[in-house]
Design a protein. Structure first.
Length: 231
């Protein structure tokens, strides 16, 4: 009996792992709201670091500011990151925001350290249709952005600059004594001219950081309709 139970458990695990590893039909944008001052955030940071190396996944980390008064000021935190999380909270009808919060494709959120729920949300988002490919190219100190015409579609165009990898020692606060490792930490958020669904061709100054991404997002912090990124 025990052997049968263990066999079933092993089969279930293999099926779950295979499902999690299944290729995504199109890119998925993951946005983790985190803080170096939050003791429950490092496991979520670690999971995001794993997801960041997968194909068709843009895994971004936003360091919020509301933990900064509790013993450690996160050097990667900035007000626009907190504002973006608050905007998601309003759009999703949440009474309050939390860390570590992972927003999937701008339309669903899960606890960022909950591997099973994150994998499920990632697979569901990657199976939905209607994705708009965005191509990016660096040219003469500018970022050239292109997307083909999509009739009946409108979106905010959001330019992000991020740091691909960073390592920080935390001497104070809840994570005192830890060295924290982060991937794709957003350091700038800029709203470009809205997109009305016509052919998108724009050239803008490159943001700070060694990584850059452009999101096409439904107005009001809604679903992400398309994205492109360079590292």
């Amino acid at each position: 009996m025990a052997s049968s139970w263990l066999s079933a458990l092993g089969l279930s695990f293999l099926m779950s792992s295979a499902q999690a590893a299944a290729p995504l039909q199109h890119p998925v944008v993951l946005e983790l709201f985190t803080s170096q001052g939050c003791s429950s955030c490092p496991p979520a940071d670690g999971l995001l670091n794993e997801l960041a190396v997968r194909d068709n996944v843009l895994a971004l980390s936003y360091h919020i500011t509301y933990w900064n008064s509790l013993g450690w000021q996160d050097p990667l935190s900035f007000d626009a990151a907190t504002a973006r999380q608050n905007a998601y909270g309003i759009a999703m009808g949440h009474a309050q925001v939390y860390t570590p919060q992972l927003v999937v494709q701008g339309s669903a959120d899960v606890i960022g350290s909950s591997r099973g729920k994150v994998e499920d949300a990632l697979a569901q988002a990657g199976a939905k249709g209607g994705w708009v490919p965005v191509t990016l190219q660096k040219s003469g100190g500018k970022l050239v952005i292109h997307a083909a015409e999509q009739k009946g579609v409108s979106a905010d165009v959001i330019l992000l600059g991020y740091i691909r990898q960073s390592h920080n020692e935390v001497p104070r606060g809840e994570n005192a004594g830890s060295t924290l490792h982060h991937r794709n930490s957003v350091i700038s958020i800029e709203a470009l001219s809205p997109w009305n669904g016509g052919a998108l061709d724009a050239a803008v100054p490159l943001p700070k950081g060694d990584g850059v991404a452009v999101l096409l997002q439904q107005p009001g912090s809604g679903a992400i309709l398309g994205a492109g990124w360079l590292q």
